[in-house]
Design a protein around this ligand. Structure first.
Ligand SMILES: Cc1ncc(COP(=O)(O)O)c(C=O)c1O
Length: 416
């Protein structure tokens, strides 16, 4: 078998297990009323669907002030940065955004300083590979995002996986550790489950066992905590052991990421983090657009958007609670199959259906009715827990959320 034949056989094996992923084409700007095209359609022929699948939690991806800041930033700073940050790509727009982000976390991290990255994936690779090495044990939460796992691989560190949200199990593992350095790594909000990590307990363990605590707040910054300042503010944490990462392509609606930590940690990243050093700095206009997103998300308008978002979460969960026997709210698996709405307080509201085929069928039935919710399958989630990942946005209307609930109730009443 040559290389191509080998790949074709492996693709066929994915098909057999309903694991082949496909992209859909969105035409135009991202809003909950998305224009969705098939791969072979002429441009402009897409149909409007009601989407519950983005991480644009505050609706800033199409906010006129953010869009205008991006355009103005490009006029001022050009289209690209021209080089990696340590050569000549570090623009005033990046620098000012870093300072502003550090100020949002200064109540939680002493001598806070920040560093801007092109994506959250890169930021996670950078942080972990700079803090950890072959002599380091990295304690990684079971449901961590792939970028954190890949960061551990890039560091050549020893990975120890602890069970989901289980601080006692982590404590036991840390006690047994004889490694020269220890790093605890966790999502703050689990991206496929929507629940929160027990960060206060994890920080206590980091203090007790002399470990770093790396917190990925991709889905918390802009959504949680007073003023939308994220998970450290939500839990009221304070420590120089915390390395905090927030992404900018989710609630901020733009793209990129910021890492905040003690000044010395950031200085070490600048010296040693290969994904930071050896990659072209993001276009400065993106940082300018994020600054406009900060104005909205961290100000009075953000409060109103978060209130609308919380109301949507309550609306959807109440509709599930009042629904048919096909639904179960909470952690226990429904007897005899059916769907399970996970216990999540965030805009990520996953409906676990179990098998890959069942998840794909439910997503297809929703799309037939004009509603777009993606089916999430292994390896993104554990085997047997394929799900529909419903995400809510302040840009949805109450009527749109109610429509989703009604269509789901209708489908639950007529399974299959
Ligand atoms: C928890 C988590 N961390 C990191 C990332 C990566 O961020 P980015 O999309 O900016 O690369 C994502 C999302 O993709 C995520 O959900």
């Amino acid at each position: 078998m040559n290389g191509l034949e080998d790949l074709r056989a492996r693709l066929a094996a994915l098909d057999q297990r309903q694991l082949r992923r496909t992209r859909r084409i969105v035409e135009g700007a991202w809003t909950p009323a998305a224009r969705l095209a098939d791969l072979d359609m002429p441009r402009g022929a897409g149909r409007e669907v009601l989407a519950f699948c983005s991480n644009d939690y505050l609706g800033l991806a199409s906010h006129p002030a953010v869009v205008e800041a991006l355009a103005a930033g490009a006029r001022r700073c050009g289209a690209g940065s021209g080089a990696s940050p340590l050569i000549s790509g570090h623009n005033a727009a990046h620098h000012d955004l870093e300072a502003r982000f550090a100020a949002t976390q200064s109540a939680h991290i002493p001598a806070a300083r920040a560093l801007h990255f092109g994506t959250g994936y890169l930021a996670n690779l950078a942080v972990i590979s700079a803090l950890a090495d072959r002599e380091t044990e990295v304690f990684s939460e079971e449901l961590n995002h792939a970028s954190l796992i890949d960061g551990i691989r890039l560091a050549y560190a020893r990975r120890r996986v602890y069970p989901h949200a289980d601080a006692d199990a982590l404590d036991a593992m840390l006690r047994a550790s004889t490694a020269r350095r220890r790093v605890i790594v966790t999502d703050a909000v689990f991206s496929m489950d929507g629940d929160l990590a027990p960060l206060s307990g994890l920080l206590a363990l980091a203090e007790r066992h002399d470990a770093w605590l790396v917190i990925d707040d991709a889905h918390g910054f802009g959504v949680l905590g007073p003023g939308g300042r994220g998970s450290l503010a939500h839990f009221g944490l304070h420590s120089d052991r915390i390395v905090y990462m927030a992404t900018l392509g989710k609630a901020m609606g733009v793209g990129g990421a910021l890492v905040c930590a003690h000044d010395d940690v950031i200085e070490w990243l600048i010296q040693r983090a290969r994904p930071y050093i050896y990659s072209t700095a993001a276009p400065p206009a993106l940082a300018a657009a994020v600054a406009a997103a900060f104005d909205i998300a961290l100000g009075a308008e953000g409060e109103a958007l978060r209130a609308a978002l919380r109301a949507h979460v309550a609306r959807l969960r109440a509709a599930f609670g009042a629904a048919t026997a096909g639904y179960t709210v909470g952690a226990a698996a429904p007897p005899g199959g059916g769907w399970r709405l996970l216990s999540s307080p965030t805009p990520i509201q996953p409906i676990v259906v179990g098998g890959n085929e069942a998840a794909l069928a439910l997503a297809a039935a929703l799309l037939d009715r004009g509603i777009w919710v993606p089916a999430i399958r292994p390896p993104t989630v554990p085997e047997g827990t394929a799900r529909l990942r419903v995400t809510l946005s302040a840009a949805h209307t109450a009527e749109q959320v109610e429509r989703l609930a009604t269509v789901l109730q209708d489908l639950a009443a007529r399974p299959g």
